[in-house]
Design a protein around this ligand. Sequence first.
Ligand code: URA
Length: 257
Amino acid sequence: MSGDEERSRRQQLLRRMGIDVWVRRDDPPPAVLEPPADRVAQARDGDARQAQGAAVYAPGAPDIAHMDWQSLAQSVAGCTRCPLCHSRTQTVFGVGRRDADILVVGEAPGAEEDRQGEPFVGRAGQLLDNMLRALGYSRERVFIANMLKCRPPRNRDPGAEEVEACRPYLARQIELVRPSVILALGRIAAQNLLGSDRPLRTLRQQVHTLQQRAIPVVVSYHPAYLLRTPQDKAKAWDDLKRLRELLPERAEREGTA
Ligand code: URA
């Protein structure tokens, strides 16, 4: 199937599912997931803000929205855009295919991810691998990233300023991968990705689209939640079936392995 045919098939699927189809402009703006202006702290008073525990934004932050993979990875590795840079062992950039059909977005690295520098490597990661396998994908054939690239201490929920500081990195990863579909795992990832404060149970019920992008977003439970609540695995499978509808034909996927 040619690129045009695939695009047209995807648009048909989206329309059938009642989703507004966004038509790409010739020269789309590079940034997605624009942060709400009032939540973005400006680069100033770095040390004073840090001392107060507030987000620190690197002065003269580089133009993340135009970075290639290499500069983006380097920028993340040396990031000092929020105070989590002081408590992390290392950043967790993300792993997988740079042209993946599926981009998985989790919340933030946990202890093991912070130690290994890779997302979803613990028990939740094994469950994620199984979920992907059920779709016919290995871990290596998707791209896995998190809202935050650094671990929040004691695995607390990410703070709003941390999310805003990290948002341009994920936005650029989405731009570079241009996946067929994004799988948002858990409330934190889903709400922040979609700019919504609706509960997860509501967000799961429909396929969303990223603002200004024809990239569908399917929301499901976080694997760590499913480990605690296995009775909801059947509902997670419903979500994955919804996601499967948005993927390119299987034969094509096999051809590009
Ligand atoms: N939970 C997440 O959301 N991401 C990880 O990388 C690990 C656990």
